[in-house]
Design a protein around this ligand. Structure first.
Ligand SMILES: NC(=O)c1ccc[n+]([C@@H]2O[C@H](COP(=O)([O-])OP(=O)(O)OC[C@H]3O[C@@H](n4cnc5c(N)ncnc54)[C@H](OP(=O)(O)O)[C@@H]3O)[C@@H](O)[C@H]2O)c1
Length: 210
């Protein structure tokens, strides 16, 4: 399975406001790139933190892609906190909510997969998704989920768009949150594959060293 992580950050390395609320970071060129990228994968994945703060639709915008395929939307949600009126549960695309094994919640318009005790176990969940025919996933955040994919070396590529703004603040999330590295051995090595000026921003594309 091919797994690509994508996020947009400010020039000071923040992916949202210090309240964790979403803010505009991408420019139009980057939005087009992201929607084309979404349209090229089998599934788009986010964590429940992103669903609760941003309520994203995770569909492909027809402003950028004509006749979009609208990939499957996947939410990592161990405790089943996805609100029944979340936009990811609308009828615009299929949705899979992955919960822990002990969670019994069901969701309207979504399939449910149970994996892991306490928290979703990615090593168990990904083969289940593969068995459902999902061969490529775009991980769009947030910080904690991106760290999980990087730390476990499940991500193959990381794309970071750097927008021309400063967000500041100690609390604003960065591309990789969670526990983070506490020693040099825990850091995740990347190999730079491409760096490109895109309008008033920069796109960095890395391969994750495994
Ligand atoms: N700029 C960008 O490109 C961009 C894109 C997306 C999001 N964001 C920002 O990112 C922030 C949200 O990030 P976040 O870190 O708070 O939340 P998140 O990464 O979206 O979700 C984290 C939650 O996912 C659940 N989860 C289940 N299984 C997991 C696993 N194996 N590994 C990691 N998490 C797992 C956990 O909750 P449970 O234990 O309850 O399951 C965890 O707390 C918001 O501020 C949002 O605006 C920015």
């Amino acid at each position: 399975m091919k797994i690509t992580v994508n996020c947009a950050m400010s020039a000071d390395g923040k992916i949202a406001l210090n309240s964790r609320k979403q803010t505009a970071i991408s420019n139009d060129l980057d939005k087009r790139r992201v929607h084309e990228l979404r349209n090229s994968v089998d599934a788009i994945l986010v964590g429940i933190g992103t669903v609760l703060t941003d309520d994203p639709k995770l569909t492909v915008n027809t402003e950028y892609v004509a006749n979009p395929s609208n990939p499957i939307r996947i939410v990592l949600d161990s405790r089943g906190r996805t609100p029944p009126d979340a936009k990811v549960l609308d009828d615009q695309a299929q949705t899979i909510i992955i919960t822990s094994e002990e969670c019994v919640k069901e969701f309207p318009n979504a399939k449910t997969i149970r994996s892991g005790v306490g928290r979703v176990d990615l090593h168990r969940a990904l083969p289940i998704l593969e068995g459902m025919g999902i061969g490529s996933i775009l991980v769009e955040g947030g910080a904690e989920v991106i760290w999980s994919f990087l730390k476990s070396r499940l991500a193959d590529e990381m794309h970071i768009f750097i927008g021309s703004l400063i967000i500041g603040g100690d609390e604003a999330p960065t591309p990789a949150g969670g526990e983070g590295a506490s020693s040099i051995e825990d850091t995740v090595e990347l190999e730079l594959r491409n760096a490109e000026v895109m309008g008033d921003g920069i796109l960095l594309q890395y391969e994750v060293v495994k």
